[in-house]
Design a protein around this ligand. Structure first.
Ligand code: HEC
Length: 104
């Protein structure tokens, strides 16, 4: 009986930890690969959204779409993906190769 609330609490903690990439924390270095794998890959490598890699999309454009969203593309606030992480993932996408893992 006492287990249920604890589980709910843990689920909440885990959800918060997952979104933690977004938390503006200067202690953690920006990690574009991690942002891509945790947030973008979910749609952009599954056919939900267009392929982003290998298209030389300008980093400014990627950042703009992420902040503003566009139709089915959700927008992400700075509390979700901070500026440093967004700049990093945009840079990696811009210089990515189609079909190759990001950042390699
Ligand atoms: C929930 C699914 C979803 C997630 C998560 C998502 N996207 Fe998208 N994205 C889309 C869809 C769908 C489109 C196409 C929107 C349209 O044109 O209608 C799109 C479009 C884009 C575009 C424009 C591509 C073009 O061809 O002009 C960029 C850039 C982009 N997303 C970047 C990102 C980045 C970077 C992330 C991770 C931070 C991300 N997206 C996460 C669904 C998603």
């Amino acid at each position: 009986m006492k287990l249920l609330p604890t589980r709910k609490f843990l689920t909440g903690v885990l959800a918060t930890a997952t979104l933690g990439i977004a938390a503006p924390s200067s202690a953690v270095p920006a990690d574009g690969v991690r942002v891509y794998d945790k947030v973008c890959r979910y749609c952009h490598e599954t056919g939900v959204g267009p392929v982003l890699k290998g298209r030389q999309l300008p980093p400014e454009y990627v950042q703009r779409v992420v902040r503003l969203g566009n139709r089915a593309m959700p927008s992400f606030r700075a509390t979700e993906i901070d500026d440093a992480n967004l700049a990093e993932v945009a840079k990696l996408i811009a210089s990515s190769t189609a079909g190759a893992p990001l950042g390699r």
